[in-house]
Design a protein around this ligand. Structure first.
Ligand code: GLN
Ligand code: ZN
Length: 752
């Protein structure tokens, strides 16, 4: 196992963290909860029959942050707070007083977020914190001689950013040699403590890397491999094919290499004859660490069989850490038993690895029952009617170019004048604050304390409240506020055919925050309209246009566990058809503006540039399929949450939405220039209010952002809106901010 979930089977760590942060428990209690979770994990993994159990996969917040702290990369602003080690750590993660936290960003192409280390030319790397050694000792004391896991030195530096104030030419990688000294010291100490193996994770090499970076990899592992006093080293590369890095690693003096043979299956063909592999252990990642399907053990075994003899020895593992899947499928009572029988969460995946290991060592007969069971399940899933919806498949086959196309923008623009919007129209991104009453009503419905009708009435009341507030504020395009949604993906999954939702399938997203990705197991259908009732209720309360609010196909795909038995592009198109029907039903019910959110468009971008074009083609097509079924007069909006467009900017233009809202407040509208540079010339709403902070922006500040935007976008195409949805904010700040936003728009409008 390259890694394991750490939040706790019942999110024990989440509760303890939040109690500690709010002062409801002390540090001793938090540490005790953490110790128990670690002990339970080690015991469970050993008892399951693994030959090697990892330690150090626990984290109070994030494993990249742990590595930064271990090696002394603590920014001065956090160190200067004068807090104890744990509170300094949390200050880096969450900020404290005036010290801003480290930036947070997505871990490769997953929905897990890590904290970005800040490295300055004078950062003094050393073994500053002994947690890896302590956890190794703790495991040993519990009777488990574990394998400490660390983020590797290259991946650590490649994910870091230069601290503010560093010279322009400075790169964190410039400090590799100093960091290697610190790694060498830690490896020596782990060796003295008795560790036989240490795992160093280098997923950064599943992405494109420059010759200089590959050379740094070579240097680093020759150096660490050449140490006299050290444990055996396992270098793990996952989330894809390691490309040239595999050749580089194979000739370094490390003892083992772990390869991801699920996301990087192409490596299977390159392993035969790979120079250097003969004296290494090849750790074959055959069990998918990121998805939830039971492994086809026959298939995995035949792959494994082709590997035997290529390396000094072959071991079996998951393709990557199990951090990205929930704990135990047995905890789920609400999933159709047949679908449930196809699923494997972390506990089940450990068993699969053990079975594969035994089969390789003792022969297939030793695990004949397990193999037969897996075979029966694979066959059942392949032929199950509930996976197939012939109507959906026929519809997919009948798609023609016109299903992906609208009239040209100029024609649509004229048709949309009937909306009678002022220049610089004001709107929001969709959600309004989710009040505790709304959340309580949802919990009460789930526990059966109120009935559907009562719940529905509470939501209608909330929508009315949200509409009234927007009218008072004077916004131009209103929203219903999304009170009925627990989550922008799960809500749709609960209403679409082909999806299952879990009760306990929590996966860490960042810190104490977890998400419960739905499981997409079959063809996607929409038994009935989903949002029409809420949107039309809102529209009846006002003469202003109400914007219908949907989640886009790529985002639904990105934030679900998806089927692995057909191309992603087909699954995306199926979801798109369901959304297309919803868009058309909204239009038929009198909704004239519909927003289809795609905040995850960038997240699914493949790690290798060579695969970008293919991905963007189907992703853009899915969005266009979802949104092109309406009349010219219906205005389609989309929303994306980030401003680092880089590789997807042309794709954003290709979505062909009438209006695109994007995050921009923090980057001072820079993104508008980038959009203009690729010929984007439709409506755009650069966020002028940073909703990630409780701060209320002043009228002048918003007006100055709008004037900056007008330098890149003509007034007739510029929209005025916050950066993102308001659901995590409170009403007082939201009302104050929106009031200022409306006033700033009026001020700038008057000066046009
Ligand atoms: N419409 C969603 C909201 O306002 C968009 C959220 C998002 O982009 N992540 O909450
Ligand atoms: Zn957003």
């Amino acid at each position: 196992m390259l890694g394991y979930p750490r939040i706790g089977p019942n999110r024990e760590l989440k509760r303890a963290l939040e109690d500690y942060w709010s002062g409801r428990c002390d540090e001793a209690h938090l540490r005790e909860v953490a110790r128990e979770l670690r002990a339970d994990t080690w015991r469970a993994l050993r008892d399951a029959g693994l030959d090697s159990v990892p330690s150090g996969t626990f984290s109070f917040y994030d494993h990249v942050l742990d590595t930064a702290v271990t090696f002394g990369a603590v920014p001065e602003r956090h160190a200067a707070l004068g807090l104890g080690p744990l509170d300094t750590y949390f200050a880096m993660a969450r900020g404290a007083d005036s010290a801003a936290p480290l930036e947070m960003t997505k871990w490769f192409d997953t929905n897990y977020h890590y904290l970005v280390p800040e490295i300055a030319p004078d950062t003094r790397f050393r073994v500053a914190d002994r947690i890896p050694i302590e956890q190794y000792r703790e495991a040993a004391a519990a009777g488990v001689p574990a394998r400490p896991v660390l983020v590797g030195p290259l991946t650590f530096l490649l994910l870091a950013k230069p601290a503010a104030g560093s010279p322009d030419s400075f790169r964190p990688l410039d400090k590799l040699d100093e960091l290697l000294d610190a790694y060498a010291e830690l490896l020596g100490e782990l060796h003295s403590a008795g560790a036989e193996w240490v795992q160093l994770d280098e997923p950064a090499f599943a992405a494109d890397r420059s010759p200089a970076e590959l050379d740094a990899l070579r240097r680093a592992y020759h150096r660490l491999g050449g140490l006299a006093r050290r444990p055996d080293l396992l270098v793990a590369g996952y989330f894809g094919d390691l490309g040239e890095a595999l050749d580089v690693l194979a000739v370094t003096p490390v003892e083992a290499i772990a390869v991801d043979l699920v996301a990087g299956r192409s490596q299977v063909d390159r392993l035969p004859g790979l120079p250097g592999l003969q004296d290494k252990t090849l750790v074959a990642g055959l069990v998918d660490g990121r998805n939830v399907w039971r492994t086809d053990l026959d298939d995995a075994l035949s792959t494994a069989a082709t590997l035997l003899g290529l390396a000094g020895s072959v071991a079996v593992s998951t393709s990557c850490s199990l951090l990205h899947v929930p704990y135990d499928v047995e905890a789920e009572a609400g999933i159709d038993p047949r679908v449930k029988s196809w699923l494997a969460f972390a506990v089940q995946k450990v068993r699969e690895v053990v079975v594969l290991g035994r089969a390789l060592r003792e022969g297939r007969d030793a695990v004949a029952d397990d193999l037969a069971a897996a075979r029966a399940i694979a066959a059942d899933r392949a032929e199950a009617d509930l996976v197939r919806d012939h109507r959906v498949q026929a519809r997919l086959k009948s798609l023609r170019p016109q299903h992906f196309r609208r009239a040209d923008y100029a024609t649509r623009r004229v048709a949309q004048e009937s909306l009678r919007l002022p220049p610089l129209p004001t709107t929001t991104i969709g959600s309004f604050p989710q009040t505790s009453e709304v959340r309580r009503a949802r919990a009460a419905l789930r526990r059966g304390r109120i009935d559907r009708a009562t719940y529905r009435q509470r939501m209608r009341d909330e929508i009315e409240h949200v509409v009234r507030r927007q009218e008072e504020l004077g916004l131009d395009v209103l929203v219903h506020g999304e009170p009925e949604r627990n989550d922008m993906v799960q809500y749709f999954a609960e209403h679409l055919g082909g999806f299952a939702c879990t009760d306990h399938g929590w996966v860490q997203s960042y810190g104490s925050r977890c998400v419960r990705p739905p499981i997409l197991y079959g063809d996607v259908s929409r038994p009935e309209p989903i949002t029409v009732e809420w949107a039309t209720h809102a529209q009846r309360l006002t003469t202003k246009p109400v914007k219908g609010m949907l989640t886009g196909p790529v985002t639904i795909l990105a934030w679900s566990f998806v089927r692995d038995d057909q191309p992603l592009a087909d699954t995306a198109a199926q979801i798109a058809l369901a959304i297309r029907d919803e868009v058309r039903d909204l239009e038929a019910a009198g909704i004239r503006v519909v927003q289809v959110d795609e905040p995850a468009l960038r997240e699914l971008l493949p790690l290798r540039a060579a695969e970008h074009r293919r991905y963007l083609e189907w992703a853009v097509n899915a969005f266009r399929l979802a949104t092109s079924g309406v009349a010219d007069s219906t205005q389609i909006h989309t929303h994306l949450c980030y401003s680092e467009f880089g590789d997807v900017i042309e794709a954003i233009a290709a979505l062909d939405a009438d209006v695109t809202s994007i995050e921009a407040a923090r980057s001072r509208m820079e993104v508008l220039g980038d959009l203009a540079a690729v010929g984007f010339a439709r409506g755009v709403g650069p966020g002028v209010y940073d909703i990630h902070s409780p701060r209320v922006p002043e009228v002048d500040e918003i007006a100055s952002l709008l004037r900056a935007a007008l330098a890149a976008v003509p007034a007739e195409r510029l929209w005025v809106n916050p950066d993102c949805g308001l659901k995590t904010r409170g009403y007082p700040e939201v009302e104050a901010a929106l009031e200022n936003l409306v006033r700033a728009a009026a001020q700038v409008r008057a000066s046009l």
